[in-house]
Design a protein around this ligand. Structure first.
Ligand code: SF4
Length: 400
């Protein structure tokens, strides 16, 4: 079985480095223009150059989203930008517009062109057309493909395929939604999506409101979790597994990437997990998740149970991330706290390339040297004893 690429999202340089340290083979990032997710903390030119240098040191690579659907006045500066990406050593641009694809071919011939999921490729003929007419090097399949679609397209496509395995889903075909445009005048296809599908709505039948008192409705999709489809996707010959979420936190990136890394490595080594091992992998993946999940379209058309119809105000909040290690010396770690921590509570440590380890701190001390039973203040430089070695950037999270 060939090695599949694990491709992780990164909203900034810190998250790109975190994803690579925790096992991503590649990261995809967006510059300050020409990219969707314009509200993610996008990369400056200097950040892009640094991300490429960092990735090279780890044998990883950087893909850059240039996936805006450009209107005439969005094109200025694009050629210069594409040349700059090539100079930095970017491996690929992810593009949705034929204009961007053509320009990338002309201005940055050493950079691969990957066709974005926004083009909704759901059959091999579409991949063949894009290869023949626009010279693409890879196709990112539509999230609406079933596993059978993925198998058939990958077998017949003249270019490698990339498939989403985790993260947010649009309730519409990606790139074919104007909800945000209409509700907020923010163009989803120029980086402005306000995620209007996740808002709460009153539902009317004619003039009669049929939403119950205090129970407004949303129409957002659950997130995708394809843990159970990884084996099938590997057998299909998919070249890259993509995790969605350039807006997500470093905790999400570290947690989800390391969990999928472990599962993929086991499968590539020929170890087929039994049900209890799969339950472990699912649990590990979902520790980084803060929304309900479904298996998307892989088993067939996603039905009503893949929607989040009732909003839960706590659904987007994850309190498990306790902090990131700043230093470790003589058995004492200093972390920058992010959520409340108590003395003697069980803490799980994520370290790149290692099994997770668990301990319970016998004491906590703040930056003023004060012992405390509980730290409730985020961004405190908190000391605690740890019975094994940890290193800067390791992640502490609540165990459970
Ligand atoms: S409003 Fe929802 S469905 Fe539409 S583009 Fe935004 S996230 Fe996707």
């Amino acid at each position: 079985m060939k090695h599949v690429e694990l491709l992780a999202p990164a909203g900034d340089l810190d998250r790109a480095k975190t994803a690579i340290r925790y096992g991503a083979d590649a990261v995809y990032i967006g510059g300050q223009s020409f990219s969707l997710r314009s509200r993610a903390s996008n990369f400056t030119d200097a950040d892009i150059a640094e991300a490429c240098a960092f990735a090279r040191d780890y044998g990883a690579s950087v893909h850059v989203t240039v996936n805006i659907i450009p209107h005439e006045d969005d094109l200025e500066g694009l050629e210069r930008y594409l040349r700059f990406l090539q100079e930095c050593g970017v491996k690929a641009v992810i593009a949705a517009s034929p204009t961007v694809m053509r320009l990338a071919r002309e201005c940055a011939p050493e950079v691969e062109v990957h066709c974005s999921t926004q083009l909704s490729v759901t059959n091999a003929a579409a991949a063949e057309f894009l290869y023949r007419e626009l010279g693409i090097d890879r196709v990112v399949l539509a999230r609406e493909c079933t596993l059978d679609d993925v198998k058939a397209i990958t077998a017949a496509s003249p270019v490698p395929t990339e498939a989403f395995i985790h993260g947010g889903m649009c309730v519409n075909y990606s790139g074919r939604c104007t909800l945000s445009n209409r509700m907020t005048l923010r163009d989803a296809n120029r980086g402005g999506c306000a995620q209007s599908c996740r808002w709460m709505y009153h539902l009317y039948e004619g003039d009669n409101e049929i939403t119950e008192e205090g129970r407004l409705l949303t129409m957002g999709s659950k997130d995708l979790c394809a843990a159970d489809e990884i084996q099938g996707l590997l057998e299909a010959g998919v070249s890259s597994f993509k995790i969605e979420g350039r807006m997500k936190t470093e905790y999400y990136v570290a947690s989800v990437v390391s969990a999928y890394r472990r599962l993929i490595d086991e499968l590539e080594a020929g170890k087929i997990p039994d049900e209890s091992r799969m339950a472990y992998h699912r649990k590990e993946i979902l520790k980084g998740e803060n929304r309900a999940v479904c298996d998307g379209f892989y088993k067939g058309c996603a039905g009503a149970d893949s929607l989040i119809t009732r909003a839960n105000s706590d659904a987007d909040v994850n309190h498990d991330f306790l902090g990131r290690v700043q230093s470790f010396e003589n058995g004492t770690a200093v972390i920058l706290s992010r959520n409340p921590i108590r003395v003697n509570e069980q803490i799980e440590v994520l370290s790149p390339g290692k099994e997770n380890r668990v301990f319970a701190p016998a004491w906590l001390m703040d930056e003023n040297g004060e012992y405390m039973e509980e730290c409730r203040r985020p961004m405190t430089a908190l000391r605690m004893p740890v019975p094994f070695e940890t290193a800067a950037d390791d992640i502490f999270r609540r165990f459970g």
